[in-house]
Design a protein around this ligand. Structure first.
Ligand code: ATP
Ligand code: MG
Length: 285
């Protein structure tokens, strides 16, 4: 793949023309996006737009039907999840996946040990401090509130010392105050030179923390730009506002997508469907 880069800086991650089909459902269509070091990149779009599927392609849980994934100047399209992890890709899941019977501290320690740090306990202690989990360190992971469990997931992912951190709806279940400090934490993480790609329905958070945003709709990237550009983009407004105000008039209804309530013009607050939280699955593949 040969490409010219505007600012001469090659992105850390490049997704090129990726398509994913599940039987008759095309979840991702020729999607192209870039993620740069030192930046928070947002991936947004209505329920069922293909965000989680694209995440799975990037971390190796889903083979694309077509297209390529480049990471740190190498083609990783055919690489397994553990090889990608070794190259520096870590992710959190839309549904929380901590080891419940272990304490918060042990969860982070195990991740630091898996990464092979020389002093895993020091790394774990530092990360517990970074994300602000000191008060919960000894609590069993399955007893902590959702907001704390999200921070635990972040600490575990950071213990892998990723160059690229993929976060799937990290603010779901967080209070407004927790979401705000989570956003600040993300800025601290990228200030160290890492890259973050975040899927998120909370538009306040996205607009506040992202350097650039890609918008998916029916599996296609319909817009890419800064938060200000995305806010002003007519295609984006149509994708979110048009179809919920006039369902079926300009758009075909997506498969298994819940379009939720009409949105405010300024994209403030939480988007889409407050009852959302489960990854959409079909078993026809
Ligand atoms: N394993 C699968 N088999 C069949 N269809 C699938 C599978 N995974 C996802 N899909 C379908 O692909 C489309 C995209 O789903 P995906 O979960 O990627 O969307 P999303 O943007 O993450 O949505 P949400 O905001 O609800 O999390 C949906 O139509 C979904 O039903
Ligand atoms: Mg999803």
């Amino acid at each position: 793949m040969t490409r010219a880069y505007v600012d001469d800086k090659r992105p850390l991650l490049e997704v090129g023309d990726v398509t994913v089909r599940f039987g008759g459902v095309t979840a991702v269509r020729e999607a192209t996006l870039e993620v740069h070091e030192g930046e928070v990149t947002g991936l947004i779009g209505p329920n069922g737009a293909g965000k989680t599927t694209l995440f799975n392609v990037i971390c190796g849980l889903q083979r694309p039907t077509a297209g390529t994934v480049w990471f740190a100047d190498g083609d990783i399209t055919g690489k397994a999840t553990h090889e990608r992890a070794r190259l520096g890709i870590a992710r959190t899941f839309q549904r929380l996946e901590a080891f419940g019977s272990l304490s918060v501290w042990e969860n982070v320690l195990v991740a630091a040990e898996i990464r092979g740090h020389k002093r895993p306990a020091d790394v774990a202690r530092h990360l517990i401090e970074v994300v602000g989990l000191e008060a919960y360190a000894q609590a069993p992971a399955d007893t902590v509130p959702t907001g704390i469990a999200r921070l635990l997931e972040l600490a575990r992912a950071l213990a892998l010392h990723p160059r690229l951190l993929l976060l799937d709806e990290p603010s779901s279940g967080l209070s407004a105050a927790e979401t705000e400090s989570f956003g600040e934490l993300l800025r601290d993480i990228v200030a160290e030179g890492r890259a973050v790609l975040i899927v998120e329905h909370d538009m306040d958070l996205i607009m506040r923390v992202c350097d650039r945003i890609h918008v998916l709709d029916f599996g296609r990237v319909i817009a890419t730009g800064t938060p200000a550009e995305i806010r002003a983009d007519e295609n984006v407004q149509r994708a979110y506002l048009g179809r919920s105000e006039e369902p079926g008039s300009d758009f075909d209804e997506p498969p298994a997508a819940d379009l939720g309530e009409p949105l405010p013009d300024d994209f403030g607050g939480a988007w889409i469907n407050p009852a959302h939280g489960e990854e959409t699955r079909r078993d026809e593949a």
